[in-house]
Every structure is written in structure tokens, then in C-alpha cells.
Design a binder for this molecule. Sequence first.
Ligand SMILES: *[C@@H]1O[C@H](CO)[C@@H](O)[C@H](O)[C@H]1NC(C)=O
Ligand SMILES: *[C@@H]1O[C@H](CO)[C@@H](O)[C@H](O)[C@H]1NC(C)=O
Ligand SMILES: *[C@@H]1O[C@H](CO)[C@@H](O)[C@H](O)[C@H]1NC(C)=O
Length: 284
Amino acid sequence: MLGARPSHSSAALLSAVVLLHVQAAAAVSFQVLVPADPLSAPLGGTVLLPCHLSPPLSAQAMQVKWSRPQLGQDVHVYLPDGSEVQAERYQGRTELLRDRIQSGTLALRIRNLTLQDEGRYLCDFQSNSIVGNATLELRVTSSGLDPLLHIGGYDGKQMNVTCLSVGWYPKLKMLWRNGHGERLTLSKEEKISRNWGLFDVSSSVVVTKHSDPTLICAIRPGSPSPEKVSVILISDDFFPQVSSWKVGLFLFLSVCVCLLFFPACYLWRVQRAKRKSSNLTTKT
Ligand SMILES: *[C@@H]1O[C@H](CO)[C@@H](O)[C@H](O)[C@H]1NC(C)=O
Ligand SMILES: *[C@@H]1O[C@H](CO)[C@@H](O)[C@H](O)[C@H]1NC(C)=O
Ligand SMILES: *[C@@H]1O[C@H](CO)[C@@H](O)[C@H](O)[C@H]1NC(C)=O
């Protein structure tokens, strides 16, 4: 009897350890995986938000919910009986890809993206044995029109070149460079306005005859997409150069005038002196 007691308690201890171990396995070893980096998709386009259990485990009998925690909105929910619930504002736009649900993958596809779709999305798996969630970030982008260049305020000495581009999201940067790649200073601060949530931007530089004739207006998007550029070459005809032979002719003529002026003065003085002396002689 005495010898049996320790063996009895050690069996209890062993089962407790096994139980703890199983719970730890359930809590720790299943993870919900989503892309760590933000996903970008174009306005009006389609995006696929991936989400899966790791290691793979069938999610067929689980509840899987895609929601937007920042807004307190459910987007699309898969229920253990295989039915789905779609939020009204996403009606006709979201779809759960169920073909790989047996391996714990339940991606959400969103079509006709709007700017309001931008933000964080939570993918949440729930069953009696496992609970897990993860969030990913969706960014919506809009690539605007090529920049348009416009010449205005020309007065013979300078002109005002304006660059305009519309329909961007997120906020962009507009840069001016000359033909040597040097940044140009704006004549005024750039103007940014919002139109249906999209950014329109314009800015101007002043060009004189001393400026580089090549002007480059570049749009640097706020999303990882390529720069858009427009170039204008200002013709010399806007700022007529006084050519060197004209300067030479002008100097030559000036010298001639001077050279003629002094002899003329001298002759005039001589004439006057003569006339005075003849007046004097006639009086006497
Ligand atoms: C999505 O856009 C397409 C064309 O771009 C349109 O035919 C369709 O009706 C739109 N769907 C929804 C749900 O807005
Ligand atoms: C997501 O999971 C964490 C634990 O991993 C939990 O604290 C949190 O409440 C869960 N969030 C939601 C919205 O279910
Ligand atoms: C240049 O043109 C823009 C747009 O037309 C205008 O806002 C700006 O005042 C002008 N600047 C100068 C120096 O004329």
C-alpha cells in the first residue's frame, strides 16, 4: 500500500503535465498568417487579401471573419455550417475564396475598390479548439494624369510656366528640374486641392532669358509607382538675344557720333567768333 501511493500521485502529476502540454500546443502552435507589409491596389481595381492558418488545418468547421476593427465593421463572415454573411456596404464586391479552406486558407477578394476601402483588415479564425487573428493593411492608390504644362504671364522679359496634374492618391510631390537636373524654385507655393478624395496639384516657375530653356515637371507619387514627367523647351524666340554684331554696330556708330561731334563744335565756335568780329568791324 505504502509503495503504491507515490506511484499513484506520480501518475496524476504525469497526466497534469500532459494536459498542460496539450493546452500549450493548442494556444501556441497555430498562427494566423497575413502579409506583414501593406498591400497596394488601384482605385476601381481588385485586390486579394490572403489569410491562412499555420500549420495548415481545415477551417471548414470554424467561423472565419474578415472585419475592419478601426471602423467596427464586419466585412464578410464564413460560418461553421458553410454559409456566409456579407456586410451590406460590400454587397456584390467581396468574395471569400473557399477552394483551399481544407488547408486553412480563406482569402478575401474585394472588387471595384473605393478610397473608403483603405485601412486595416482583421482575419479572425474561431472554433472550439482554436482562436486566432491577424491584421493586414490595404492601401488604395490612384495614378493621376500626365502633368500638363501651360505658359502664361509672358511680357517679353519673363514668363510663368505652370504644371498641373489631377487625380492622384495618396498625396504626391511635384518637382521642377532644368535640363541639368537642378531643382528649380517655385514662384509660389504649390497648390494642392481635393476632388472626390483625389489630389490635384499645380505649381509655377518663372522663366527669364537667363533660365535654362529646358523645363521638366515631375510627379513623384506617394505610392510605390513610377514618376510621371512632362518636358518643355522654351524657344529662344521668346527672349530675343541682342546679337553681338548689333552691339558692335551700336558702339561703332556711337564712336562716329563722338568723333563728328567735336569737330562740329569746333567749326561752330570758329564760325561764331568770325561773325562776332565782323559785327565789331561793321560797327566801327
Ligand atoms: C464594378 O465595376 C464594373 C465596371 O468597372 C461594373 O460593371 C460593376 O457594376 C461594378 N460592381 C459594383 C458592385 O459596383
Ligand atoms: C485578436 O487576438 C488577440 C490575441 O491574439 C486578442 O487579444 C484580440 O482580442 C483578438 N481580436 C479580435 C478582434 O478578436
Ligand atoms: C503664374 O501662374 C499661376 C497660375 O496661372 C498664378 O497662380 C501665379 O500667380 C503666376 N505667377 C506669376 C509670378 O505670374
